[in-house]
Each structure stands twice: as structure tokens, then as C-alpha cells.
Design a protein around this ligand. Structure first.
Ligand SMILES: Nc1ncnc2c1ncn2[C@@H]1O[C@H](COP(=O)(O)OP(=O)(O)OP(=O)(O)O)[C@@H](O)[C@H]1O
Ligand SMILES: [Mg+2]
Length: 72
């Protein structure tokens, strides 16, 4: 079962594309790490998944709940 499912997730700040079309799926029981250089977009990705930042484009579900529809 997919716990986190991200499709084409993108975030643009003014003239910077911080996250560019990220798609990934994390299954139940999997351990997942995200590694990248400074400014790669790791924190921005997690901020979107936590609802702290809005998405510019894309969709994400967590435990089957649509991130955009269930932010409140
Ligand atoms: N609130 C913001 N406004 C404008 N640009 C931002 C904002 N937050 C992040 N950025 C830019 O988005 C890009 C991705 O930043 P982010 O902090 O997500 O990277 P990171 O992978 O977490 O980096 P680090 O390893 O240094 O923590 C960078 O170019 C950063 O300057
Ligand atoms: Mg960071």
C-alpha cells in the first residue's frame, strides 16, 4: 500500500523553481531518505507535504488523503 504518493509536485518562488516535477511513491514499511545539495528543494518538498507551503503544481496523497483537499 502506498503511504505517500507524489505526482509532478512543483514549487516556484518568484523566479526560482525550488521543486521541479517531483514524483515518488513510498510504500508501507519502507524507509525513505531524501538527499541532495544545498538548495536542492528538500525542505520545500517537506513543507508542501506538511501543508506549510502551497503547491504550485502537482498532487500528493498521504494515507490516501488528497493533500490539497484535506489541508484544513
Ligand atoms: N520562502 C522562500 N522564498 C524564496 N525562495 C525560497 C524560499 N524557500 C526556499 N527558497 C529557494 O528554493 C530553493 C530550494 O530551497 P530548499 O530550502 O528547499 O533546499 P534544501 O534542499 O532544503 O537545501 P538545504 O540542504 O540547504 O537545507 C533554493 O534556491 C532556495 O533559495
Ligand atoms: Mg533544507
Amino acid at each position: 500500500m502506498s503511504i505517500i504518493d507524489i505526482k509532478n509536485l512543483s514549487k516556484q518562488f518568484e523566479n526560482i523553481i525550488a521543486v521541479d516535477n517531483l514524483s515518488l511513491s513510498i510504500n508501507q514499511g519502507e524507509m525513505f531518505g531524501i538527499v541532495g545539495p544545498d538548495g536542492a528543494g528538500k525542505t520545500t518538498n517537506f513543507r508542501m507535504l506538511c501543508g506549510i507551503l502551497t503547491l504550485t503544481y502537482g498532487t500528493a496523497t498521504i494515507l490516501g488523503y488528497d493533500l490539497i483537499k484535506n489541508l484544513k
